[in-house]
Design a binder for this molecule. Structure first.
Ligand code: BG6
Length: 279
């Protein structure tokens, strides 16, 4: 079988040898390997028992990014903190594709009170020999319009040799600098201190250089913004599900729609996602 359930996770295996794992908790992709090399970072201290969002992989932020004064949800919303339903294999031809679902009736009452809307999320993960697609569909099952943010909070392995290309000339909000606004002047963004930036309206693909001269292309679909995050020394030390030295092993490059709300009319659906390709 190209996809099987094991230990509350779905394991995808492509005939080429590429492989991925998606935990049912949060539908969090926790592993993606191509050519026998793991491309995704998960902290050695990540909680894997459903008590907290998994620290690493691709947690899904929905329906908020960060925290909001007016919406009493935990940081980054409830999608990454709840078990999703495995909806099965969608395709097992050239790509191995599986689907997960989360709807309002599957989340705790407290979260439903904080964000009182009927919704259905469908998350499709598709693996080929050299790429992985992670796409989310949001269906508004209310009659009224609702608003949301969403983001694929992707943790890639390695920061020491990492550089992010494709952000030049984009305006960004610098969250470690009182949300001051800047314009990116560098051709390549490298990390040598705490970085927490929301790049707005990023057009075109992002290219992430990682160790061993590898390039990963990040193609976004219907996700305007890109967040770049690394906690660096002090923040790493303050996180209880992250090793003090692990900031050296990861870089988050997160495709999302977070600078502005997405507005979705009653009965409407919205789809967005990313395709990651090892070049
Ligand atoms: C990033 C945010 O997306 O996620 C950061 O921009 C935040 O501000 C980081 O610190 C990690 O968030 P969390 O809730 O997983 O610790």
């Amino acid at each position: 079988m190209p996809a099987k359930e094991f230990n509350k996770a779905i394991i995808l295996e492509h005939p080429s040898g590429s492989r991925a794992e998606v935990a049912l908790f949060g539908a969090t992709l926790t592993s993606w390997s191509v050519g026998g090399v793991e491309r995704i970072f998960v902290s050695k201290q990540a909680k894997r028992d459903g008590s907290k969002a998994i620290r690493g992989g691709i947690p899904i932020c929905f329906p908020i990014f960060g925290t909001k004064d007016t919406i009493a949800l935990p940081q980054h919303g409830f999608a990454r903190n709840n078990y999703w339903e495995y909806l099965g294999i969608v395709s097992d031809n050239d790509e191995v594709s599986v689907r997960f679902g989360l709807k309002d009736t599957q989340i705790p009452q407290e979260a439903r009170n904080a964000w009182p809307h009927s919704f259905r999320l469908t998350y499709t993960v598709s693996l080929t020999s050299g790429s992985i697609k992670t796409f989310i569909t949001v269906k508004n099952e209310d009659e009224d319009t609702f608003e949301f943010n969403t983001l694929l909070h992707t943790y890639f392995n390695d920061v020491t040799k990492s550089a992010v290309e494709g952000l030049t000339s984009c305006e960004y909000i610098d969250k470690v600098n009182n949300a001051a606004k800047f314009t990116e002047e560098n051709k390549k963004v490298t990390i040598n201190k705490e970085v927490d930036r929301v790049y707005k309206a990023v057009k075109g693909d992002i290219f992430l250089e990682v160790g061993n001269d590898t390039l990963i292309k990040i193609e976004k679909s219907n996700l305007k913004d890109t967040v770049v995050w690394n906690p660096w020394v002090e923040k790493a030390e303050s996180m209880n599900d992250f090793g003090n030295e692990e900031y050296k092993n990861m870089i988050c490059v997160e495709a999302g729609s977070v600078a502005d709300w997405v507005t979705l009319g009653g009965g409407q659906t919205w789809t967005a996602g990313q395709t990651l390709t090892v070049l």
